[in-house]
Design a binder for this molecule. Structure first.
Ligand code: SF4
Length: 228
């Protein structure tokens, strides 16, 4: 089924609001922080509140742990203390150290990623263990303006239902939406789809009747045919 991205966006605008997502990295970018700290802010934001991620980011900055060189040269306890408010601090420490090593010892240049083709930039970032595709895509979009379409748990659930493909993976889900919306609207569509997941496409009892995606949704169609 061919979907008109502009028309779908209009329906989304009517039925959803722009959620406040990726707050910490947008804060970092607005403040003009360097690429390293912008990426750290995305790493700190995984599975925690914006408030806690921001507390850890500020602690890292206040204690001068704001470059890969300083992360590697400082005592682990000091870095751990700063990471503690964001939770999962040992895991975050391991990722931060691997990222710092990739930059200092292997020549990973975060600024240069902004000038590379998106797939290449993604490939370089996700080679760092602990940096997943979603983290990399959020950073590349927020810091560099790369046309990525990050998939969170809400959008993944929606995409599987819309396509009827229960086992669809991250890359296919991201490509599905990228093929529908024009690149200049990726970010807005991403934010509005998250709201679809919160308001309509809930894990249980989705509200298909009012959902702006119901005309293109395999799950909704099955419900109609099945008479549920
Ligand atoms: S129509 Fe129903 S199943 Fe499909 S995306 Fe909307 S709420 Fe989810």
């Amino acid at each position: 089924m061919r979907v008109d991205g502009e028309e779908l966006l209009q329906r989304l605008r009517y039925a959803t609001r722009l959620v406040d997502e990726d707050y910490v990295v947008r804060w970092a970018v607005k403040k003009g922080l360097p690429a390293f700290l912008a990426l750290v802010s995305v790493i700190l934001s995984q599975n925690t509140s914006d408030k806690n991620a921001l507390r850890s980011l500020r602690l890292l900055m206040d204690r001068g742990l704001d470059t890969p060189q300083r992360i590697l040269a400082s005592p682990e306890d000091m870095v751990l203390e700063a990471l503690r408010p964001s939770g999962m601090y040992r895991q975050r420490l391991a990722t931060l150290k691997r990222l710092s090593q990739a930059i200092v010892e292997e020549g990973l240049d975060l600024e240069a990623l902004c000038r590379k083709p998106t797939p290449e930039a993604l490939g370089e970032l996700t080679r760092v263990k602990g940096i997943g595709v979603k983290t990399a895509e959020v950073f590349l979009s927020a810091y560099c303006g790369h046309p990525t379409f990050p998939i969170d748990r809400h959008i993944m659930r929606i995409t599987r239902r819309v396509t009827g493909r229960d086992k669809m993976g991250y890359r296919d889900a991201s490509d599905f939406w990228k093929n529908i919306f024009p690149p200049q609207h990726y970010r807005e569509a991403h934010l509005r789809l998250i709201d679809v997941g919160r308001q309509y496409c809930r894990p249980r009892n989705p509200r298909c009747g009012e959902c702006p995606l119901n005309r293109m949704c395999a799950y909704a169609l099955r419900r109609v045919i099945g008479g549920h």
